[in-house]
Design a protein around this ligand. Structure first.
Ligand code: QV4
Ligand code: CA
Length: 483
């Protein structure tokens, strides 16, 4: 199937370019949300994947066998797979009677999901455990309601029940048994931390066929905490990382159109800023599949729609030491519910890779944009080196190094950066990885180079009108060393 082609291309690209893993869409059986009266290319919205029908591994993206094959090949290439796990709920109460993407029958009126199986005693609303008048969450000031009522009418599971916990744990164990390295816990804010803990506690170490002995699944929990609600992300940090939504908002404030903050103020950015969680607890990202299209906490983040600003934001994220960074990779869309590029049967297409390495066929593939791609390796090379040589013009221009390993300059101003700056780097002629790629075998650069003198200084020029408003150097891309 086509999706295999996609992942074959991904591993040839991701591993060599320094990407550590991929978060995949929910891999379990989902509702088929066919809307016959909708526009032809949105008849099957993307978000049907967030309406579980069972934990069988068969979706619009492929079969169990295809998933296993992909995970195995990615693991061999050193690229880990993290699954998006929807365990808070099953499908919407509006689904009625039908069958899911793996053919399992359900009946929402009877609270029946035959593929698991779940029945009415496994859900919060029919047991009277939800305190709102209509079974829905409306008051985010009430933690009981947020955890025990239906999010968008999605049938809320009673995860305090041992039977339900075990079904979810069996699903997660199935995922790790096929080589999946960890989980994004969807809607974690809507689950009691004790329930998440009980489920994770049932999991064995990752299998030694793919991982070092004693390895645990990497867990990050989707908790949208932008302040002003009863539940805070720190209620979950003892269980794994949390998605730090303040991070993307703050970085976007510096770079998006009409940005309200200046990058020159970001010298101290990180833990403690705007009550962000400590850096060791954070999953950092600029935008995600929700807020890039106005869902969950949307509207204020920079996305691929503004490539110049987006390259600035992602370059800054990958250069700055905070959290585990996640890079978004998208398909283009007109309406917010539009599903991915797909064939006549709504099976997701593989992205055609064009001559220049970018994606066609409606895929954006931000991770293949040169600056973003080259920043992945930059971050690995920077390692744990501290931020040094911070420079800014007091406005929308900044530059810094990570020790003596890597250097970056960012320009969101109305004029070019044109200055002699201390890069902190050893002397040599460096490939500017925003404008060219480095070939390790021949030590050549396909674009312009930057010369660093014996004192570590270089003439740095970054055009404000360019498509590449950044400059990217690191010690792994030196054309000529020790000048
Ligand atoms: C409809 C009606 C409701 C009615 C209900 C049941 O609108 O009034 O009560 O039917 O009769 C879709 C539709 C929604 C529909 C619902 C059930 O948009 O209109 O309700 O399905 O059929 C994604 C989408 C949602 C989508 C959901 C399920 O964003 O629009 O709902 O998938 O398909 C909060 C949360 C946070 C959440 C964020 C979006 O705290 O956890 O909102 N983010 C995650 C995922 C997100 C996903 C979910 C959670 C749910 O990242 O992608 O929602 O799994 O901030
Ligand atoms: Ca819940």
């Amino acid at each position: 199937m086509k999706i295999l082609e996609l992942f074959y291309k991904l591993i040839r690209f991701l591993g060599p370019n320094g990407f550590g893993g991929v978060q995949i869409s929910p891999p379990n059986e989902h509702r088929i949300l066919y809307q016959p009266d909708w526009d032809p290319n949105v008849k099957r919205p993307w978000y049907e994947s967030y309406q579980p029908i069972s934990y069988k591994l068969e979706t619009r993206r492929g079969t169990r066998g295809e998933l296993i094959d992909m995970v195995e090949r990615c693991n061999k290439a050193g690229v880990r797979i993290y699954a998006d796990v929807v365990a808070n709920h099953m499908c919407g109460t509006d689904a009625g009677i039908g069958t899911g993407s793996a053919g399992s029958a359900y009946d929402t009126e009877q609270y029946s999901f035959s593929g698991v199986p779940f029945s009415s005693g496994d859900f919060n609303v029919p047991q009277g455990k939800c305190n709102s008048h209509d079974g829905q969450i409306s008051n985010y000031g009430d933690p009981d309601q947020v955890r025990n009522c239906d999010l968008f009418g999605l049938m809320d599971l009673d995860l305090s029940k041992e039977y339900v916990r075990q079904k979810v744990a069996d699903y997660l164990s199935d995922l790790t048994s096929i080589g999946i390295a960890g989980f994004r816990i969807d809607a974690a804010k809507h689950m009691w931390p004790a329930d998440v803990q009980a489920i994770l506690g049932k999991l064995k170490d990752l299998p030694t066929s793919y991982f070092n002995p004693g390895s645990r699944p990497f867990v990050y929990q989707e908790v949208i905490d932008l302040g002003g609600e009863a539940i805070s992300s720190t209620e979950y940090t003892h269980l794994g990382r949390v998605t730090e939504f303040r991070y993307g908002r703050n970085v976007s404030e510096a770079f998006r159109d009409g940005g309200s903050n200046h990058i020159s103020n970001y010298e101290t950015f990180g833990s403690g800023w705007d009550n962000m969680v400590p850096e060791g607890d954070a999953l950092a990202f600029i935008d995600n599949h929700d807020n890039q299209r106005g869902h969950g906490a949307g509207g204020k983040v920079v996305t691929h729609i503004d490539p110049q600003y987006y390259k600035l934001a992602v370059t800054y994220m990958l250069a700055w030491p905070y959290g585990v960074p996640r890079v978004m990779s998208s398909y283009d869309f007109v309406t917010h519910w539009q599903g991915p590029p797909s064939d006549g049967n709504y099976v997701t297409d593989d992205p055609p890779i064009l001559q220049d390495g970018s994606c066609g066929g409606g895929w954006v593939c931000e991770h293949r944009w040169r600056a973003i791609k080259n920043m992945a390796k930059w971050r690995n090379i920077a390692g744990n080196e501290p931020v040094k040589n911070w420079w800014s013009n007091g406005n929308q221009q900044a530059a810094f190094s990570r020790g003596s390993k890597a250097f970056v300059a960012l320009n969101r101003d109305d004029n070019p950066i044109s200055a002699k700056l201390n890069t902190g780097l050893p002397s040599g002629e460096y490939c500017d990885l925003a404008r060219g790629d480095f070939d390790d075998a021949s030590k050549t650069c396909s674009g312009p180079t930057v010369t660093v003198d014996k004192a570590g200084n270089a003439d740095i020029y970054v055009d404000n009108n360019s498509d590449e408003p950044v400059l990217i150097l690191h010690v792994g891309a030196i054309v000529k060393g020790w000048l």
